[in-house]
Design a protein around this ligand. Structure first.
Ligand code: FES
Length: 109
């Protein structure tokens, strides 16, 4: 059986939702499976929409790969403010080390 951990999504309206996340899924897939409507993911993870924009915490940034050039290009087109900690959640994959980490969703996608 796939290993699961717990992740939090801090929504734009301030609500924090705690969800089960399958190790190996993307953070975008985790959001969609758990009805986190703030993550839209129009392209389904093909890296052509930027509607899976999230803000990552320092603790998460420390354990994930940096954004590649394609993701950085797509981050130029986010609807909400792009910050230093902006990432596309379809490019972040759940690992056991992420237990309890929080992803913040932007005002708009
Ligand atoms: S789901 Fe489209 S870029 Fe992430």
């Amino acid at each position: 059986m796939a290993k699961e951990i717990t992740l939090n999504f801090k929504l734009a309206d301030g609500e924090v939702r705690t969800v089960d996340a399958v190790v190996g899924d993307s953070v975008m897939e985790t959001a969609i499976k758990n009805d986190i409507d703030d993550v839209v993911a129009e392209c389904g993870g093909s890296l052509i929409c930027a509607t899976c924009h999230v803000y990552v915490s320092d603790e998460t940034a420390a354990i994930i790969d940096e954004a590649d050039d394609t993701e950085l290009d797509m981050l130029e087109g986010t609807s909400a403010e792009r910050r230093d900690n902006s990432r596309l959640s379809c490019q972040i994959f759940v690992t056991e080390a992420m237990e309890g980490h929080t992803f913040e969703t932007p005002e708009s996608q």
